[in-house]
Write a protein that binds this ligand. Structure first.
Ligand code: ATP
Ligand code: ZN
Length: 286
C-alpha cells in the first residue's frame, strides 16, 4: 500500500488516552512523546497529529488530517459537516441543564427568558429553538459551574459524566438535553489509496469493538444437556463441542454477549455445567 493517512487526536485531555489505546489495540505500534505534536506508526501507514479537540473538526475538514477522534459535542458545536464513520463509545457524557435546587424547573420552557451559561451555545440554541424556547445565552469557555454563583447566569447547560462537579457547586441536574461520546470522523474526499488504508483500520477497530462486548466461555457439561445449553447460549453459530474421557460428558465453548452473560452463566449452572471458565476476547470478527 502506498501513501499514509493522518489521524488527529486530542493532545491532552479526556479523549487522549482512550484514543491512543483504541489505536494500540488495533495492533498499531507507535511512540508518542507527550510534548510532540506529531508521531508516526511503524508497520501501519498511519501518522498522528496531536491538537486541541476544538481544532479537530476543522483540521479534518481542511485536509490537514484525514481522520480524527473527537467528542460528538465538539463536532456538532463546530457546525462543520464531516462523515461520522464510527461511534467509538468512550468519553461518553451528556449535556444537561443544571441550576440551584431553588430554580423552579419542569421542562425546557422553564428556561424562557433566563440567562443560560454554556460552552456549547450552538447545540443549546438548536435544542431550545426546536422546543420553541428563547433564552439568553451566556457563553463561557470553562468553569461553567461557577457562573450562577457569580451572578452572571440563572442556569447552565454543561457536560456531565457523573454529576459530582455539579453537586460540589451547589447545582442540581434538571434535565439531560443531548448525549455525546467519542466519534471517528473522516474527510469525505479521500483518494482511493487513503480510503483503502482507512478501511483496513476500520476492520481492526470493528474487531476490537465487537470483542469488547463479548466474553468467551468454556465449560464441561453432561452430554444429554447439549441441546438445552446451545439454546441458552444462543448466538449465530452453534458452540464448539469437544469429547471428554468420560463418555457422558463434553466440553463446550462459545462467545457470549456481555449483557446476557450472567443470565447465561446461571442457566448453564442450573443445567449441570461444571468448571466454567470465562475469558476476555481481545479481537474477533463476525
Ligand atoms: P482541549 O484542551 O483539547 O481543548 P478540553 O478542555 O476542551 O480540551 P476535555 O475536558 O479534555 O476538553 O474534554 C474532551 C471531551 O471529553 C469533551 O468534549 C467531551 O466530549 C468528553 N467528556 C467526557 N466526559 C466529560 C465531562 N464530564 N466533562 C467534559 N467533557 C467530557
Ligand atoms: Zn477543547
Amino acid at each position: 500500500m502506498d501513501g499514509r493517512i493522518i489521524v488527529a487526536i486530542q493532545k491532552s485531555g479526556r479523549l487522549s488516552e482512550k484514543s491512543l489505546e483504541m489505536i494500540r489495540s488495533c495492533g498499531i505500534d507507535f511512540y508518542a512523546d507527550s510534548r510532540a505534536l506529531k508521531a508516526s506508526a511503524s508497520g501501519f501507514p498511519l501518522d498522528f497529529l496531536f491538537v486541541r479537540d476544538d481544532d479537530i473538526p476543522g483540521y479534518v475538514s481542511d485536509g490537514v488530517a484525514d481522520i480524527g477522534i473527537v467528542g460528538r459535542n465538539e463536532l456538532d458545536e463546530s457546525g462543520i459537516e464531516l462523515d461520522v464513520i464510527r461511534d467509538l463509545g468512550f468519553a461518553s457524557c451528556r449535556l444537561s441543564i443544571a441550576a440551584p435546587p431553588s430554580f423552579p424547573y419542569s421542562n425546557l420552557s422553564s428556561l424562557e427568558g433566563k440567562r443560560i451559561a454554556t460552552s456549547y451555545p450552538r447545540i443549546l440554541e438548536s435544542i431550545l429553538s426546536s422546543n420553541g424556547v428563547k433564552a439568553i445565552p451566556v457563553v463561557v469557555a470553562g468553569s461553567v459551574e461557577i457562573t450562577v454563583d457569580a451572578g452572571i447566569a440563572d442556569a447552565i447547560a454543561d457536560l456531565v459524566s457523573t454529576g459530582t462537579t455539579l453537586k460540589m457547586n451547589g447545582l442540581e441536574e434538571k434535565e439531560c438535553i443531548y448525549r455525546s461520546s467519542a466519534v471517528l470522523v473522516a474527510r469525505p474526499d479521500m483518494d482511493s489509496c487513503k480510503k483503502a488504508i482507512l478501511n483496513s483500520l476500520l476492520e481492526r477497530m470493528d474487531a476490537v469493538m465487537l470483542a469488547r462486548h463479548k466474553k468467551y466461555i468454556l465449560f464441561n457439561l453432561p452430554k444429554n444437556k447439549l441441546q438445552k445449553a446451545a439454546e441458552v447460549i444462543g448466538g449465530m453459530k452453534s458452540p464448539t463441542v469437544t469429547p471428554l474421557m468420560d463418555d457422558n460428558w463434553i466440553s463446550v465453548q462459545s462467545a457470549v454477549d456481555e449483557n446476557r452473560f450472567w443470565a447465561v452463566f446461571e442457566e448453564l449452572k442450573a443445567l449441570g455445567a461444571e468448571g466454567i471458565l470465562v475469558m476476555n476476547i481481545e479481537k474477533m470478527t463476525e
